[in-house]
Unconditional design. Structure first.
Length: 329
């Protein structure tokens, strides 16, 4: 749990493994995207399109609308069912990302009674709401420690550069937040007529888009497989440890460093009341009231705060604590 103190700051850490990481793999048809994705650790396949028809034995759910995904995501991330879900699944596969984005946009259009995502909001469109809706659902999965693997198709820009299919605003929540964006290229067949596994690229060129958050990752993987994808990321983290003299931690340790203090209504109320009593006895009733009015308004009372105001209560508690410390000093 994070303690907010600029004189004793948290130090950022790198996590081992694929837990809590987001990966986008895209390429042309028949490059092995879906096949290798389903070979990742404990896969659960969300079929936004029918890409799994030739693969058997993989737990999956056909997704035909955004509400389908929200319903299954609740089961995957609800604290009541999380432990059971994590026993079964580690890699959540989105096939494919552009269709998932379109379903999310359609959900918001119906919610607001408009035809397209560009309508509504007095002509400004619903793009920001789309981004918030899409990302908030993904964030739940990442914070739960799943590996998110998105499968994408290709499209060419006017300049002829290959990018993941979908306009920039549709793809932004995934493309900009992915830890790795891998572009796959086919390698044809061997002398026996068998398909040679595709190769993967992790850095963009003038011809295609690709990227990685890992500075020490190999930019080219000759044979793209689930095992090799995991190895290339693990190797990048090992190199970072060696080059920068750091020690990578578990995902749970990294997650803990990003958590904020839990705000409990009853605890906050009890502490504020106690400080209020101490400040009143010290003859600081007027200063106490000034603090409350600053955050809640004139004639407002902390005792009338609702559970939805816990953040405001936490700020009031900090100010009252400072006020009492000034008196004691």
């Amino acid at each position: 749990m994070t303690t907010f103190d600029i004189f004793n700051p948290q130090i950022s850490v790198v996590a081992k493994g694929l837990d809590g990481k987001m990966i986008l793999v895209y390429g042309d048809n028949s490059t092995g995207k879906t096949k290798q994705a389903t070979r990742m650790k404990k896969p659960y396949y969300l079929g936004f399109e029918a890409g799994i028809r030739a693969i058997s034995g993989v737990p999956f759910l056909p997704i035909n609308k955004w509400s389908d995904f929200k319903k299954i995501n609740k089961q995957l991330t609800d604290p009541k069912t999380l432990d059971r879900a994590k026993d079964l699944y580690q890699t959540i596969i989105f096939d494919e990302v552009f269709t998932a984005a379109k379903y999310c946009q359609d959900y918001l259009c119906k919610k607001h009674g408009v035809e397209t995502i560009g309508d509504g909001n007095n002509g400004y469109g619903l793009w920001k709401e789309y981004e918030n809706e899409f990302w908030s659902e993904l964030d739940k999965l990442m914070k739960a420690g799943y590996t998110l693997l998105f499968i994408g198709h290709i499209q060419e820009t006017k300049e002829g550069k290959i990018i993941p299919k979908g306009d920039a605003r549709s793809m932004q929540p995934v493309r900009d937040n992915a830890d790795v964006v891998a572009y796959l290229t086919p390698n044809g067949i061997d002398e026996n007529g068998k398909v040679i596994k595709s190769s993967a690229w992790f850095a963009q060129t003038d011809e295609f888009f690709a990227r990685s958050r890992f500075d020490y990752i190999d930019t080219y993987l000759e044979e793209f497989t689930a095992e090799n994808l995991e190895k290339v990321i693990a190797k990048a983290i090992e190199r970072q440890e060696e080059e920068e003299g750091i020690t990578a931690v578990t995902y749970e340790e990294q997650k803990e460093s990003f958590e904020s203090e839990e705000l409990v209504y009853d605890d906050l109320m009890a502490k504020i009341k106690k400080l209020g009593t101490q400040l009143t006895k010290a003859g600081k009733l007027e200063e106490l009231q000034e603090v409350v009015e600053k955050h809640l308004g004139v004639d407002a009372k902390v005792t009338e705060c609702t559970k939805g105001q816990v953040e405001t209560m936490a700020v009031i508690l900090d100010d009252l604590t400072d006020l009492l410390e000034d008196i004691e000093d």
